[in-house]
Write a protein that binds this ligand. Structure first.
Ligand code: PHE
Length: 449
């Protein structure tokens, strides 16, 4: 039982697993969302709370997802089912996997649209379209893009196709190959951009903004944003990490491996902040500009700097790669499920899911233009899907996975798989039984109210 392999294949080594999971974790969440929510929530103190959430909630839940996937060697629904059976408990727990698959489609639909903006900006940067632009001009450019459904739809379709091509090729020839090429490129680009930011006048200001812990700036709201984001950024609560865990080599320790992934994800988010804020401060712009920080403020800043066009282009290529490897991981759980449960060919399963995601994405394309009047609870489709996934479905999935592993699964299974010292195992158990469910429930209830 312990040495079985997933029918989808297996990562070549522990390192490839670390890079693949990091590829899933590092995405728009790190480079687009983290800097702007840090900016909106006042900087350093927010960063500190975020780090605490990653360490005490995110990492223990990630360990749980990996061990469940690896023990069962199946897609998330199948894995939850087989672990319930092994533990002689209700197989209703597999319902968590169902919520996760739905969340995957929902996240993909808005993620792909934002990734489409990134592709548009790669083109803009390459042709120097925003060189020397003022904030008004850059703002008008971004708003013009949002108002143009045709362009948005083209990029959304291209991005979806890019993801389908990789996922359809399979775990080894698709996901693993993409990981081997894209992750080193991502790290190199990130370091180049950090070096560039360090050479600007605003570096000290950017550093202080991120690491000066001024607790008077911290609100209760910010704590909740930080906890919710720790789920999103680590790809937790919706089956992705469980699916990737199913392909993890048996020998590697889950504990140490997950710590490495959590550390890499965090380092990338921090470096992204350290690359962006100095550029913002050097040009006297507002760090609290919100979601437009990356698409309006940053191009203005690049447009006024020496070699700005070149580094701006590198920056958007970096985000494009990060978004690509994350979107691939959004599809994997459901594709694995369709293949394993219904015996579908991987290609057919991927195309089918891709079409569903693409069609859902049209509602997000339309959110900024022809469908902006259609709202649900006062939100357009884009905001609504972002809201229910990050604030409801992922935390809910997270609590349920924690409760399942902490209370329903035989403790001996967790111990065998996680493979850490007794003290570390006890820490994991306390987190998974109490800390994570209680913390997440607070966020969950708060967001509902
Ligand atoms: N973690 C990704 C990011 O930070 C988003 C994501 C969520 C990817 C869930 C896969 C699954 O952008």
């Amino acid at each position: 039982m312990q040495n079985k392999m997933s029918i989808q294949g297996s990562w070549a080594s522990r390192w490839i697993f670390i890079l693949a999971a990091t590829g899933s974790a590092v995405g728009l969440g790190n480079i687009w969302k983290f800097p702007y929510i840090t900016g909106e929530n006042g900087g350093g103190a927010f960063v500190l709370v975020y780090l605490v959430c990653i360490l005490f909630v995110g990492i223990p839940i990630m360990m749980t997802e990996v061990f469940i996937g690896r023990r069962a060697r199946r897609n998330p629904i199948g894995a939850l089912e087989s672990l319930s059976e092994e533990s002689n408990t209700s197989t209703a727990w597999k319902g968590i996997g169902l919520i996760g698959m739905l969340a995957g489609v929902f996240i993909f639909s808005f993620y792909s649209v934002v990734a489409g903006w990134v592709l548009q900006y790669i083109q803009t940067m390459a042709t120097g379209g925003l060189n020397g632009a003022t904030s008004e001009q850059a703002g008008a450019y971004f708003n013009g893009l949002l108002a143009d459904p045709q362009t948005l739809l083209i990029w959304h379709s291209i991005f979806t196709a890019m993801v389908i091509v990789v996922v359809a090729a399979g775990v080894n020839k698709g996901l693993e190959r993409a990981t081997r090429i894209m992750m080193p490129a991502l790290f190199v680009l990130l370091l180049v951009l950090l070096g560039y930011a360090m050479s600007t006048d605003g570096f000290a200001a950017g550093w202080n903004f991120m690491f000066e812990f001024d607790f008077s700036k911290l609100s209760w709201d910010a704590v909740l944003v930080a906890l919710g984001h720790s789920f999103f950024t680590l790809s937790l609560g919706m089956g992705t990490i469980m699916a990737y865990g199913a392909y993890m080599p048996k020998k590697a320790s889950v504990g140490g491996t997950v710590l490495a992934i959590g550390a890499l994800d965090t380092i990338v988010a921090l470096i992204a902040g350290l690359a962006i804020f100095p550029i913002i401060f050097s040009n006297g712009m507002d760090p609290a500009a919100g979601p437009g920080l990356m698409f309006i403020s940053l191009p203005v800043a690049f447009g006024q700097m020496a070699f700005g066009q070149f580094f701006g282009l590198l920056f958007f290529i970096l985000i494009g790669i990060a978004a690509w490897t994350s979107a691939i991981s959004l599809m994997e759980p459901t594709v694995a499920f369709l293949v394993e449960k219904f015996g579908m060919k991987r290609l057919n399963a991927t195309v089918l899911l891709g079409i569903v995601c693409w069609a859902m994405g049209i509602t997000c394309v339309g959110s900024f233009n022809f469908m902006s009047d259609y709202t649900l609870f006062g939100k357009n489709a884009f905001d609504f899907l972002d809201f229910i996934t990050a604030n409801i479905m992922m935390p809910l999935g997270g609590i349920l996975i924690a409760l399942f592993a902490g209370w329903a699964v035989k403790e001996q299974f967790a111990k065998e798989e996680i493979g850490v010292s007794d003290i570390a195992f006890s820490a994991w158990k306390i987190s998974i039984r109490f800390v994570a469910p209680i913390a997440v429930t607070i966020v969950f209830v708060y967001n509902l109210l």
